[in-house]
Design a protein around this ligand. Structure first.
Ligand code: ARG
Length: 461
């Protein structure tokens, strides 16, 4: 197949160099965006009188036929095509003849690829946002059913204070809401069209860049042509957003792995989301969670890879930038798989409420409440803290917990202790006493769910 650049460079490309240079094996994924861009570009050329209306009609018809064939997987993306842009243009010219050769007037593959990838990222942001909402929805469902399920809250992975399982799940839902917003913000910043920047310095043809920007769904054209063809910030921002989101999914996965261990036994994953061992008959492994945690590294790799590709490039386009696409595609696929498996895994997991509660009863997670009790009766907090610490130490020695101490013994330690002490260190009361905004009470959890459900319905609370 003849190269686009046969005029200047005579002779055949070395076959290995040809394969090395070719991006069609991966950028074929951009065919729909490439055709969309070409249709709008040719409409603009006709509107400006650069090509005739008949030529435009022929181009559109040819492009639509190619799109159909590609949608039906009927085109073989041979390595002979250097990239998707060459492929579409050559197929078009084979189909419609000379009019096809006019399509590239006033355009370069440099602004073309910048456009295609931008359209692709914008579309995938929408898909990922939908998938994020599915996970948030799943978290809300389980949080609602567990608004009053007591569990120990941890700091340093040591039992700290009593909270509710619903509160924990809504923490993750809240992180995911920010991830959603981060993607929306990226979409807003990238909402400028690179088409018309040409190779780097626009073109001598009288293009209407406002027209192409508008008809491709952008609010305006990019204001500097060098920047337009050299910018991959939007890919890096997209990959950063996805990396942050994967960090959240990985933390949740890590907790689910811990919670489903014999040591915790707070949840049991549905069989549909668990695997066994080839040798140990007792095993039920949380492989899906482990893979989400593991694939987080992969998405970080995509981000760091592209950061590194871009860091030393002089303006404007450099072929190094062909490396952008595989990072973007790989991260997109990975994130979609993770979100899609996580939502049903959360919805179907069994919550072992009794185990959560009894774990809460063992670790003195009501010690702060004991100190608060004495403080409310008039003892300075620092003294109350110290006295409670001594009580805890003596309980540990006796193998009992605070609420097992007889009132007479407590009264000997401090006359401030009374019958109401036992209520104030009851775990459900400990949770319910924390009725500050954003806290773990069942009421607060249900309010958080309600606010989140409003966000799911309208994109804002
Ligand atoms: N395949 C190329 C890429 O993905 C398209 C742009 C090629 N431009 C060029 N001047 N060689 O970056």
């Amino acid at each position: 197949m003849a190269k686009l650049w046969t005029g200047r460079i005579a002779g055949k490309t070395d076959p290995q160099a040809n394969d090395f240079n070719s991006s069609i094996s991966f950028d074929q994924r951009l065919y729909a965006q490439d055709i969309q861009g070409s249709k709008v570009h040719s409409s603009m050329l006709a509107k400006q009188g650069i090509i005739t209306t008949e030529e435009k009609e022929k181009i559109h018809q040819g492009l639509e036929e190619i799109l159909d064939l590609m949608n039906q997987n009927k085109i073989e993306f041979s390595h002979e095509y250097e990239d998707i842009h060459t492929c579409v243009e050559q197929l078009l010219t084979e189909k419609i003849g000379d009019a096809g050769k006019k399509l590239h007037t006033g355009r370069s593959r440099n602004d073309q690829v910048a456009l295609d990838l931008k359209l692709y990222v914008a579309q995938e942001i929408g898909e990922i946002q939908k998938a994020i909402k599915q996970v948030i929805h799943a978290l809300c469902q389980v949080a609602k059913a567990n608004a009053d399920t007591i569990m120990p809250g941890y700091t340093h992975l040591q039992r700290a204070q009593p909270i509710t399982f619903g509160h924990t799940l809504m923490a993750y839902a809240t992180m995911l809401k920010r991830d959603f917003k981060r993607l929306a913000n990226t979409l807003e910043i990238m909402d400028e069209c690179p088409l018309g920047a040409g190779a780097l310095a626009t073109t001598t043809f009288n293009l209407d860049r406002d027209y192409t920007a508008k008809h491709l769904g952008f609010s305006k054209p990019m204001s500097n042509s060098l920047d337009a063809v050299a910018d991959r910030d939007y890919c890096i921002e997209y990959l950063s957003d996805l990396s942050i989101m994967m960090m959240h999914l990985s933390r949740l996965s890590e907790e689910m792995i811990l919670w489903s261990s014999w040591e915790f036994k707070f949840i049991e994953l549905d069989n549909a989301f668990s695997t066994g061992s080839s040798i140990m008959p007792q095993k039920k492994n949380p492989d899906m969670c482990e893979l989400i945690r593991g694939k987080t590294g992969r998405v970080y790799g995509d981000l760091i890879g592209l950061f590194t590709v871009m860091k030393g490039l002089p303006l404007a386009y450099n072929k190094d930038m062909q490396e952008d696409k595989e990072s973007v595609f790989d991260a997109t696929d990975t994130v979609m798989m993770c979100l899609n498996v996580l939502a049903p895994m959360i919805e179907t997991m069994k919550v072992l409420k009794d185990n959560m509660k009894s774990a809460g009863q063992k670790g003195f997670i009501n010690a702060t409440d004991c100190a608060d009790y004495l403080t409310k009766k008039g003892m300075p907090f620092r003294d109350a803290y110290k006295l409670t610490g001594e009580l805890v130490a003596s309980c540990i020695e006796q193998g009992i917990v605070l609420e097992d101490l007889p009132l007479e013994q407590l009264k000997q330690i401090s006359p401030l202790f009374d019958q109401d002490f036992f209520d104030s260190v009851d775990l459900l009361n400990c949770v319910n006493q924390r009725h500050v905004y954003g806290g773990p009470t069942p009421k607060s959890v249900l309010a958080q769910v309600e606010q989140m459900e409003q966000f799911l319905a309208n994109d804002h609370e």
